[in-house]
Design a binder for this molecule. Structure first.
Ligand code: F6P
Length: 342
């Protein structure tokens, strides 16, 4: 059996690997190898034997012991052939791909177009993968953001400032909405609902008129303005053609300052939200996902991923996750979060 972790790292990855290894070795007598650095490690056959012994102590550890990369075997002319050759030459019965939208799309294509024996485990702090109610890492990221907002309240209040906190969330505002509700934000801006900077400022002005001189504005990195209302400027692309996000909080803080005359400060939480130990909930979810993944391999449930639905861990076709993004529950945003805004 092979295992890889792909895409951005996420608290709980090691807990998934540990559970796969624990159940694989102890219940099925499996021999499990990890591939370093996602698909690069598969193509270049950079492997490490994984055992209960070697995974000891990794449950609370953030990041991934296997390393991770973005990128895909489909990016190079012979990438898929190299993946196929690695699997057959090493005699692997299956490959467990722990990854986000990108890695799961690759896994899905490798299965549907080339018949490779893959099982997926969805992962992202953004919580935006279709097919599963929740991904591990998300509640840890929300807690980190909430802790930061709690701290920012007291300094904002001491100085009568507006603090704009930028959180992760490329396509969806799950972290922003949850941390905004949990942290008592005055405004939350998410990618799913384009914002109007004028009405953001109006809310803050009204709040000041009511004697609340400090405000916390939470903005997801992928938030977008209503077209024509506010310019975000040119945005650089990374090597995979993804827009490099991060920085909208600076622009919004400056604009609020200019329009209202209030003192503002931006805070970009960035990768702090992805690093460090997973919380208890994410450790349990990761462990359940890992066990479900090794069971799926033994059932030869190729082309499937493990998913959380309600309180159960089930399986769903990888194709459910491909090319889609799971948006924020708009009812949570409008019926719950917005009641407390401004
Ligand atoms: O997909 C998870 C995520 O954390 C996004 O929220 C963010 O846009 C992206 O990864 C950042 O990626 P990188 O680590 O490559 O800067």
């Amino acid at each position: 059996m092979g295992v890889l972790t792909g895409g951005g790292d996420c608290p709980g990855l090691n807990a998934v690997i540990r559970a796969i290894v624990r159940k694989g070795e102890r219940s099925f007598g499996d021999e499990i190898v990890g591939f370093f650095d996602a698909w690069d490690g598969v193509m270049e056959r950079r492997t490490v034997p994984l055992s209960v012994e070697s995974m000891r102590g990794t449950l609370p550890r953030g990041g991934t012991v296997l390393g991770t990369r973005r990128g895909s075997p489909f990016d190079t002319f012979d990438g898929v052939d190299r993946v196929k050759a690695t699997l057959s030459d090493m005699g692997l019965d299956g490959l467990i791909v722990i990854g986000g939208n990108g890695s799961l799309s690759v896994a899905s294509r490798l299965h549907s177009e080339f018949g490779l024996p893959v099982v997926g485990v969805p992962k992202t702090i953004d919580n935006d993968i279709e097919g599963t109610d929740i991904t591990f890492g998300f509640t840890t990221a929300v807690q980190i953001a909430t802790d930061a907002i709690d701290r920012l309240h007291t300094t904002a209040e001491s100085h009568d400032r507006v603090i704009v906190v930028e959180v992760m969330g490329r396509h969806s505002g799950w972290i922003a909405t949850h941390a905004g509700i949990a942290g008592g934000a005055a405004v939350v801006l998410i990618p799913e609902i384009p914002f109007d900077i004028e009405s953001v400022c109006t809310r803050i002005l009204q709040r000041h008129e009511r004697g609340r001189y400090a405000s916390i504005v939470v903005v997801a990195e992928g938030a977008v303005p209503v077209p024509g209302t506010f310019e975000l400027g040119e945005r650089a692309l990374d090597q995979f053609g993804h827009v490099r996000l991060g920085g909208i909080g600076y622009l919004i803080a400056a604009e609020i300052g200019d329009r209202t005359g209030f003192e503002t400060r931006p805070v970009l939480l960035g990768h702090v939200q992805r690093g460090g130990t997973p919380n208890a909930f994410d450790r349990v979810l990761s462990t359940r996902f890992g066990i479900a993944a090794i069971d799926a391999v033994h059932d030869q449930a190729w082309g499937q991923m493990v998913v959380a639905r309600g309180t159960e861990i089930l399986r769903a076709p990888l194709t459910e996750a491909v090319g889609r993004t799971r948006s924020v529950d708009i009812a949570l945003y409008s019926d719950v979060a917005e009641i407390f805004f401004a």
